[in-house]
Unconditional design. Structure first.
Length: 143
């Protein structure tokens, strides 16, 4: 399995989606929410949640891109674990916030558990950088 390629493709897809959602947030979301006759504070909370989710999604998409590119040079279980947790964390954190923007009620713990996965993923990035948890000196992908 070519994990670096998977991480890079996921990073590009997540970043493109973040830009698309950010554009919708800037140019159409407020009008769409206004049609639902929401209270002003509820509408503002949903707008804020969308902005936060898109910001975290883009930040972590870029981090995932860097992990994928780094993995083309060196195999690392820590880097792969970090990338996988980032994907799961984004699903929980940003996905949960997007669901709240859409008015979809999910279990309250999804967003904080996604955030926890993102935090742990950054710890694994640190361990990968330190050379712990499965770093291998040989190239991960041959050209």
């Amino acid at each position: 399995m070519n994990l670096p390629r998977i991480w890079i493709c996921l990073a590009g897809s997540l970043a493109a989606a973040a830009v698309t959602i950010g554009a919708y947030h800037a140019h159409g979301l407020e009008a769409a929410l206004a049609k639902r006759n929401l209270e002003p504070d509820v509408m503002q909370a949903r707008l804020d949640n969308c902005a936060l989710a898109a910001r975290y999604q883009m930040t972590h998409a870029l981090a995932l891109l860097m992990l994928g590119l780094a993995r083309t040079r060196t195999a690392s279980r820590a880097a792969d674990g970090a990338a996988a947790l980032m994907c799961l964390g984004l699903l929980g954190f940003s996905g949960g916030l997007y669901a709240s923007v859409a008015g979809i009620g999910l279990h309250w713990s999804i967003v904080p558990l996604g955030g926890l996965a993102l935090i742990v993923s950054w710890g694994l990035v640190a361990l990968a950088g330190w050379g712990r948890l499965g770093a291998v000196q040989a190239p991960a992908v041959s050209t």
